[in-house]
Design a protein. Sequence first.
Length: 121
Amino acid sequence: MKNKKTLVLGASENKDRYSNMAILKLLDKEQSVVAIGQKTGEVAGVKIQTKQVPFTNIDTVTLYLNPTRQRDYYNYIISLAPKRVIFNPGTENPELYQLLKSNNIQVEIACTLVLLGTNQY
């Protein structure tokens, strides 16, 4: 599996959160990870930022924000020009799908943990 730099949007230090599990699993699969969440923190050495940092070379954005909270990030996600955005369960958002598709960004409705666990990431 080649390294796909991933932005975990909605990251949390809480070990019970899927975003936290995803960061650990991505690192386990030797992927580069950057993270943005509501609160600053750190998960296995990955710093959680609270601002919309202009990261470069993002291959994948994996979402852990509900559709209402995603609105603040529409322009930001598009500005990163990722190859794809993964909508994890509970983050489905047809409004954002259309925006992404119109900007030639692939929409994937899936679970990052399942994709990683089945080597389909």
